[in-house]
Design a protein around this ligand. Structure first.
Ligand code: M6R
Length: 606
């Protein structure tokens, strides 16, 4: 959460900083700011709101300088306004910060006693004054080392100094930070996505490290202030021009891209000629694994829940799932013969990363399912399974969700084949069915007009429910999350069979209820639950798959029939109308679909 950029160059940097902030805006967009060094002063421009507004203010002020830092914010301490926007600057030091300083209240007291004045409500401002205080007696490296030691919490920092006109300091604990190398200039960025348009040569800081970058030199230090050597990595540069194309929103584009992204993902893992799933370099013998634990947050957690159903059906493994923010603080019974799988689109989610670190510390087998292969979670897990979806920019996860499902499904099939839960014939048949999925997804994308009309009822209602059983239950949760996230109306996902244990009391005349009832083993049971909500006045949108045999029951408000596929694969198809429902509900109200209020794409605070 929040985005940092820093550039030290031989030419003015403010325009490049603004461009990079635009790329980083998916990480936070409630306020933005920039500070540069010029004519011996720190010059700062900040604004509440978006980077577009910042750009106007920067050009009004004609901000000069060849060294600068910029920030887009997702507020943690202090309301999102101009004063609380980063950078936070004194006369001598200016800081941009991602993360949270947990001992900021204590530090503030200490600094107030020393006579420092505070302008904002943020936790970040203490860093500015702490550095100034330490610089009174120490050189730059020692002052930074001491300051970082005094901070409790997680952070990525970018710092400039009035008296060091050619350099930027970067520091990392918990939140990711990268250094990029360019011709006569070097960069600091909170992720490689922001740096990719300028360079593909990158060094990631490890936890506890800091760096000093000048236009032609970079130095790295460990937490004791001792110099360390770091590797320069070369990133693939083919994703840097990802744009909206002819679409109004990234989300719309990312929904429509799903047939292609799933096809790409399948191509990476399936050898079609031999009907085989290849998971190259899997570092463990499957005989040494008796359980798996899948961990994620939000939509990625829903992928884990979906995977639980598949792994239990297709393998003989014991399967657990967990929400990362709970897992990281619980007294877990770690299993040495367990495989721990971390699911994350961004690969930077703080809670998921902390859960991974915990497992690494306990010497467990760790594997990640990520979209961003250069991410912290990917780098620090023993084994990585990329989902090959390309950048996902819309805050609402769509194509990455289907990508995560696909990789987890393929892994379940492969393990089921290896541990002999699946016969060879069934395994090969399932691989044949997967090949048809991109086409089926494509055909399921055609409900726009109908969904757009239906979506208005969801906007007008006090709330709605999403119900499903078995494979459809995780999709019901995901449908409800998408609707809340984008259209700001209350939506609840529930197992259809649980309604009578409490939530049925919420049903009243005209309440929209989405019932996911594909013609699978659960169909009849779900339909009975559906009748129970209809009997209490609900307006039911039934989402099922096409079938010649089953007649659609009566008294249903609306029905959407997706294409038919193997039961295992229906969750992919059921997801599509739910993504569109959320999209159109937000569109009806003119909300910012790619940047919903209060949220950010990459959640790097816990
Ligand atoms: O990057 P991650 O997959 O780790 O992100 C996890 C969640 O923050 C994310 O899925 C979130 O729930 C989405 N905005 C939902 O659309």
């Amino acid at each position: 959460m929040c985005g940092i950029i820093g550039i030290t160059s031989n030419k003015p940097v403010s325009a490049s900083i603004i461009n990079s902030l635009r790329k980083l805006e998916y990480r936070g967009y409630d306020s933005a700011g920039i500070a540069t060094l010029s004519n011996g002063f720190i010059n700062e421009v900040k604004t509440e709101g978006r980077v577009d507004k910042l750009e106007k203010n920067v050009s009004l002020k004609n901000l000069e300088g060849v060294v600068g830092i910029g920030h887009v914010r997702w507020a943690t301490h202090g309301v999102p306004n101009t004063v609380n926007a980063h950078p936070h600057s004194s006369e001598n030091v200016s800081v941009v910060h991602n993360g949270i300083i947990e001992n900021s209240t204590l530090l503030k007291k200490y600094l107030l006693n020393k006579g420092y004045k505070f302008k904002s409500q943020t936790d970040t401002e203490v860093i500015v004054h702490l550095i100034s205080e330490n610089l009174k007696e120490l050189n730059l490296v020692d002052a930074i080392t001491k300051t970082l030691k005094q901070l409790i919490g997680s952070f990525a920092l970018g710092i400039i100094f009035k008296d060091e006109p050619d350099l930027i300091v970067g520091a990392r604990r918990g939140s990711p930070l990268a250094v990029g190398y360019g011709p006569n200039e070097n960069y600091l960025g909170s992720d490689s996505y922001a740096l990719k348009s300028m360079t593909n040569k990158i060094t990631y800081l490890d936890d506890g490290e800091f760096c000093i970058i000048k236009k032609d030199q970079t130095e790295f230090f460990n937490e004791k202030g001792v110099k360390v050597n770091k590797k320069v990595l070369e990133l693939s540069s083919n994703e840097e021009n990802y744009g909206k194309g002819d679409y109004k929103h990234f989300m719309a584009k990312e929904i429509e891209e799903q047939p292609t992204t799933i096809k790409n993902c399948i191509k990476e893992y399936i050898d079609n000629a031999n009907k085989e799933i290849n998971i190259y370099n899997f570092p463990w013998d499957i005989k040494d694994i008796s359980s798996i634990t899948l961990i994620g947050c939000g939509t990625a957690y829903h992928s884990c829940l979906m995977a639980k159903y598949w792994f239990e059906e297709l393998t003989s493994l014991d399967v657990n799932i967990d929400i990362a923010s709970e897992f990281r603080y619980r007294k877990n019974r770690f299993k040495k013969d367990g495989l721990y799988i971390f699911v994350s689109q961004s690969g930077e989610t703080a809670d998921t990363y902390a859960a991974l670190e915990l497992c690494n510390k306990n010497d467990l087998k760790t594997c990640s399912v990520v979209n961003v292969v250069e991410s912290s979670i990917a780098r620090d897990s023993n084994f990585v399974l990329p989902i090959h979806c390309g950048p996902e920019i819309g805050v609402a996860s769509t194509k990455a969700f289907l990508g995560q499902l696909m990789v987890l499904y393929l892994l379940a099939l492969k393990i089921g084949n290896l541990d002999k839960t699946l016969s060879l014939d069934i395994y090969k048949d399932k691989i044949t069915s997967i090949q048809k999925l991109p086409k089926l997804i494509n055909e399921t994308l055609s409900f726009d007009n109908k969904v757009q009309i239906i979506s208005k009822t969801f906007n007008e209602a006090k709330g709605s429910m999403f119900l499903g059983r078995g494979f459809s239950f995780p999709i019901a949760l995901e449908g409800a999350l998408k609707l809340k996230e984008l259209s700001y109306v209350h939506a609840e996902g529930y197992p259809a069979g649980e309604m009578k244990h409490g939530p049925l009391a919420l049903i009243e005349e005209g309440m929209p209820v989405v019932v996911l009832a594909p013609r699978d083993n659960y169909y009849r049971k779900t339909i009975s639950n559906m009748q129970e909500v209809i009997a209490r006045g609900a307006k039911v949108l039934l989402i099922t798959n096409k079938s010649k045999d089953e007649v659609i029951p009566e008294n249903i408000w609306e029905t959407i029939e997706v294409e038919s596929a193997d039961d295992d694969l229906l969750p992919f198809l059921l997801t599509i109308p739910l993504q569109k429902l959320a999209y159109y509900s937000a569109l009806n109200n003119g909300y910012d679909i790619d940047k919903p209020r209060n949220l950010a794409k990459s959640v790097t605070v816990e």
